[in-house]
Write a protein that binds this ligand. Structure first.
Ligand code: C5P
Length: 408
């Protein structure tokens, strides 16, 4: 089966910077977005250049920074049109009170405001200013006008300000803005779909302090949940014990053991699930009996009797009307053969395989996807980027699978 080509990047953003101390956060934002695989084009106003240099943004985005409406290098001398075409969104961060006022009235006297006026994509603004400038009726009127015009306002937050005052007007942090940007980059791929993801290890208690577990950071599962949310899905993440931030717009259900994970998955299935992605490293065994107290150390050693845990994804895939199931396989050797066997035995339409030695705890991995159409090799990349490719691939297969099911 022919698979739609994977997107070469996670989206295209035009990042506009206007004059404000928070411009330093925009530099960090550019770094985060580029790290996530996004193609970022920076445009700076003259005031922004008083706060951070073009060289910084150029180095972080790997592209020349545009500043001038009259740039002779732009195609047909129309930098404002050229720049606003082909991007998924424009984010202005920081957006100063002055720039917001210009946009609200449709001024286009500098490159960035002209780009915003000429755009045919969503516009996001991250205001940053002194609290009294933010609270001023003129600014509030302008914000209301822009909201009515369909512009998305991100923040601001309340807190300590560069001027020494405290209140509303701080620009959102770079990581928060990055999450919002991703939501606009490839919207709708899984819009209206419910996705259930398991992540992390499970912990099987032996006594009050001892237990059996697997090596798993949870990073891949959390990245898959984030990528599904970015694609517009309603996402629930059933997570074993890990300390990772919950991705934006993802519901987290915390569990400890495999039995708890299965119970949480069953509860979610009752509400209807379209796609199930089992990334969790579920412990294969649990102790046959457990003690609430701490057992005393035995000099001669102990014999631990274990019983098998249920196979969670196996259970889900075996249901009479299962969701589209995506499994993971972490292997130390014979990756392809073991992955194919696992996919067949567990009746999974799609399985993502990776090598334990280059995946566990790492921020990057290589993935090989196996499905009825063959194999797809995803070269080494950050886990969030791999997760986005996997979700793109799964969404394409799911659409055909769901269509086939509806047809009979
Ligand atoms: O059998 P193995 O653990 O290698 O299979 C890996 C896949 O099966 C993963 O998708 C994992 O989340 C899932 N799994 C499960 N329940 C188990 C064991 C594995 O859902 N008890």
């Amino acid at each position: 089966m022919a698979i739609d080509p994977l997107p070469p990047h996670a989206g295209r953003l035009l990042l506009g910077l206007t004059g404000g101390v928070a411009a330093y956060k925009a530099a960090e934002l550019a770094r985060l977005l580029v790290q996530d695989g996004m193609d970022v084009q920076a445009v700076m106003t003259e005031s922004a250049r008083h706060f951070v240099g073009t060289a910084t943004l150029q180095a972080l985005t790997g592209k020349p920074v545009f500043t001038d409406l009259w740039d002779p290098g732009a195609a047909g001398g129309m930098a404002h049109i050229e720049l606003s075409r082909g991007v998924d969104a424009i984010l202005v961060a920081p957006a100063s009170a002055d720039f917001i006022a210009k946009l609200a009235h449709g001024f286009a006297g500098d490159l960035l405001s002209a780009v915003c006026l000429a755009r045919d994509c969503p516009l996001l603004l991250a205001p940053a200013m002194n609290r009294q400038m933010w609270e001023h009726p003129a600014t509030q009127r302008n914000i209301a006008t822009l909201t009515q015009d369909g512009v998305t306002i991100l923040g601001p937050a309340s807190g300590a300000q560069a001027c020494g005052e405290t209140g509303m007007g701080r620009m959102l942090e770079a990581a928060e803005l990055a999450g919002a940007v991703h939501a606009f980059s490839r919207p709708g791929l899984l819009h209206g779909r419910r996705v259930l993801v398991t992540a992390g290890p499970t912990y099987e208690a032996i006594d009050a302090v001892r237990g059996l577990t697997n090596l798993s950071s949870g990073k891949m599962g959390y990245a898959v949940a984030r990528a599904a949310a970015e694609a517009g899905a309603d996402v629930t993440l059933v997570s074993g014990p890990v300390c990772l931030p919950v991705p934006a717009r993802v519901r987290r259900v915390g569990v400890v053991s495999a039995l708890e994970m299965l119970a949480a998955v069953k509860a979610q299935l009752e509400d209807g699930v379209d796609i199930f992605v089992g990334v969790a490293a579920v412990a294969d065994y649990r102790a046959a009996s457990t003690s609430r107290r701490k057992l005393k150390k035995q000099a001669e050693g102990i014999l631990l009797e274990c019983v098998p845990n249920p196979d969670i994804i196996g259970y889900v895939a075996d249901l009479p009307r299962p969701p589209f199931c995506v499994g993971f396989a972490a292997e130390t050797e014979n990756l392809e053969k073991n992955a194919q066997t696992k996919r067949r035995d567990k009746k999974l339409p799609l399985l993502a395989a990776n090598l334990v030695q280059d995946a566990v705890s790492s921020d990057e991995n290589i993935l090989i996807l196996f499905d009825d159409g063959g194999r797809t090799y995803l070269p080494k990349a950050p886990k969030i980027e791999q997760a986005r490719r996997l979700i793109g691939h799964a969404a394409a297969l799911y659409a055909k699978w769901d269509g086939g099911r509806a047809g009979g």
